[in-house]
Design a protein around this ligand. Sequence first.
Ligand SMILES: N[C@@H](CCC(=O)N[C@@H](CS)C(=O)NCC(=O)O)C(=O)O
Length: 212
Amino acid sequence: MILVYGGWPTRSQRILWLLEEMGLPYELRLVDLRLRREDAEFIAVNPSGFLPVLKDGDVSMIESIAMIQYLGARYGPSPLVPAPDDPVWPAFLQFLHLGEASLAAYLNPVVATAFLAPAAERDNYGVRAAKGLFFNRLALVETQLEGGPHLAGEAFTAADISVHYALEMGARLGLSEEYGPAVKAYAERLTARPAYQRALAKSPPRPLGPAT
Ligand SMILES: N[C@@H](CCC(=O)N[C@@H](CS)C(=O)NCC(=O)O)C(=O)O
């Protein structure tokens, strides 16, 4: 049985949503991001202490985009994870990775600063630069969506799941007012998907920020 360590709001959303879309059975082991260092079982599977972790038999993985590629290859074929002979494959791969490497990853220091930094250090050059890089790359998403309903073309794929997580992360940081019209409409449309709603129902959102 596939086991996912995580819960809302973390990148485990990507994996839970994909598993629901693919109709694969899985178990969710909730890990509270704020208390993870005290969760000995979780720290044993990822000593660096970040989420999500995916376990599948002897397989143990700690990068969400790699997990998406693993699940598609191991349990596909699936239209969610197009194959190399599919004409949409290059666009799929590009936006699949852009969602983490060029969007969500830039927001990690913004989250840490917003929730953990002393008030006087919240608005600093590094955070402004990270937000600038996020919006610079987000412009590519806006342009792509002006040409079609999803990032790899007509069909919804896991590239949309990847990027959507970054959009939610930005929204939690109060950045969504600055999203373009195509991105705003797309974010709302994707959230209405039944598989997204099923995944969310299994893992009610927890607050970000330090445990009280
Ligand atoms: N590139 C990794 C990023 C993982 C990551 O940053 N996870 C966040 C939660 S969504 C986390 O655990 N942050 C706390 C930390 O890095 O210590 C992935 O895509 O899985």
